[in-house]
Ligand binder design. Structure first.
Ligand code: MG
Length: 270
């Protein structure tokens, strides 16, 4: 297999060299991409092509655009349910919701491919009841579970060492963030998450992996990265067939964690 792959690579290089050598255009490049993804030709009636849908952006980038579904704007917790399927029991005050041994919360609505904005803040008090500084996974541990299955880790990773694929912005247990751009405890932070769901065939086989891009505080930390499967503790993840859309979960991991300004845009299928 290795020899075959090397031969194919060599052929591809020779194809590029021969292609450029036979043309007078010195800047030409052969595009080597899978069949079916070639660029479409420039249409003759290009001026009459369908226009992009017009939406109104939020007054600030962190605020929902006109086509977003608002999941939490500061007071109304009705888009969410508790672990028992009943009313979410989290505390709501001063424009944020707070999870603190009150159970994880789940959106009533199910989502698949999406763009999700969420802001969160970890506690300023980083001492335990005995006055010792907490460390690692003990500080502000929570998580944004897309489809209730694929966790983006929320943690106070400011000057707080932990295993890399368990730090803030990690695809938990699978891939660490590209950088640690965590703010100090108590400060509001943001995730902007673009998620593409996995696809399964009729036999339950995975034919497209789940994929995510994440900006943490405006900084790219995951770049179109694929999940090995749903998030599991001390396992690297595995897939089981599931619905095209499932609720989003915000995890109550037993630490105090605050969330605010949560909105989502459903994305068209690729
Ligand atoms: Mg977590």
């Amino acid at each position: 297999m290795k020899t075959k792959a090397m031969l194919m690579g060599l052929c591809a290089v020779l194809l590029v060299i021969s292609s450029c050598a036979t043309t007078t255009n010195k800047t030409c490049s052969k595009i080597l991409i899978p069949a079916g993804t070639e660029p479409f030709p420039w249409p003759e009636d290009f001026d009459n092509q369908p226009q992009p849908t017009v939406i109104t952006p939020g007054p600030e980038d962190r605020l929902p655009p006109s086509d977003a579904i608002v999941l939490f704007e500061g007071e109304d917790i009705s888009p969410w349910l508790g672990d028992d399927g009943e009313t979410a029991r989290c505390k709501v005050e001063n424009g944020y919701l707070e999870l603190n041994h009150t159970g994880s919360i789940h959106t009533k609505q199910a989502f698949g491919d999406c763009q999700l904005h969420v802001e969160w803040a970890c506690p300023t008090d980083i001492k335990d009841k005995d006055g010792n500084i907490k460390s690692g996974q003990e500080r502000g541990n929570s998580g944004v579970y897309i489809m209730g299955l694929y966790e983006i880790q929320v943690l106070d990773s400011y000057q707080n060492k932990t295993y890399p694929f368990g730090s803030t912005g990690a695809m938990y247990g699978q891939y660490p963030p590209m950088v640690n751009t965590c703010r100090q405890p108590g400060q509001w932070q943001s995730f902007d998450i673009i998620f593409r769901r996995p696809l399964f065939d009729k036999d339950g086989n995975v034919i497209r992996l789940a994929r995510v891009t994440i900006l943490h505080n405006g900084v790219l930390v995951q770049d179109s990265k694929t999940f090995n499967g749903s998030t599991q503790f001390e396992k690297s993840g595995s897939y089981t067939p599931h619905a095209d859309k499932l609720p989003i979960m915000l995890q109550d991991h037993g630490d105090t964690i605050r969330y605010r300004n949560i909105w989502i845009r459903e994305l068209p299928e690729l």
